[in-house]
Design a protein around this ligand. Structure first.
Ligand SMILES: [Zn+2]
Length: 148
């Protein structure tokens, strides 16, 4: 099961998957997920993918629950997920400081050559969840998953 917009990363890598439990009364499998970006159309596809995978695993009556609290942020993307994003040519989102300290604007590194000499071309990349960047060193454009 992968985010249809980020094919290489599993929903566990993205931190979307909160829990997989079996209802002790009904015996039904209950999968709990937290949506990523508000209004990200990928979530409907992810839900459908989860249902299909569960049905294939013998749980056609599984339930997919969506919880919005605590809200998902890009900090939930695991280190493995960040590494996979970079390997796929998408810059992972910057870590977010939540202790009230105003963060420095860290440069986004080019996922191809690793150069920090990059510039944002557009707040919107191939999807609304990503921004479009360009590397000044190798002049390759690349997507960055937006930091939330
Ligand atoms: Zn580069």
């Amino acid at each position: 099961m992968v985010d249809p917009e980020i094919r290489v990363v599993t929903i566990a890598d993205l931190g979307i998957l909160r829990a997989v439990e079996e209802d002790p009364v009904t015996g039904r499998v209950v999968v709990t997920i937290t949506p990523t970006y508000t209004g990200c159309p990928a979530m409907d596809v992810i839900r459908a993918d989860i249902r299909r995978a569960l049905a294939a695993a013998g749980h056609p009556d599984a339930e997919v629950r969506t919880v919005h609290s605590p809200a998902w942020s890009t900090d939930w993307i695991t280190d493995a997920g960040r590494a996979k994003l970079a390997a796929a040519g998408t810059a992972p989102p910057a870590p977010v400081r939540r202790d009230g300290v105003v963060p420095l604007t860290l440069s986004v590194r080019c996922p191809r050559c690793g150069s920090p000499e990059t510039e944002q071309l557009s707040r919107f990349g191939s999807t609304a969840c990503k921004a479009l960047w360009r590397c000044r060193a190798c002049s390759e454009p690349f997507d960055q998953v937006k930091t939330l």
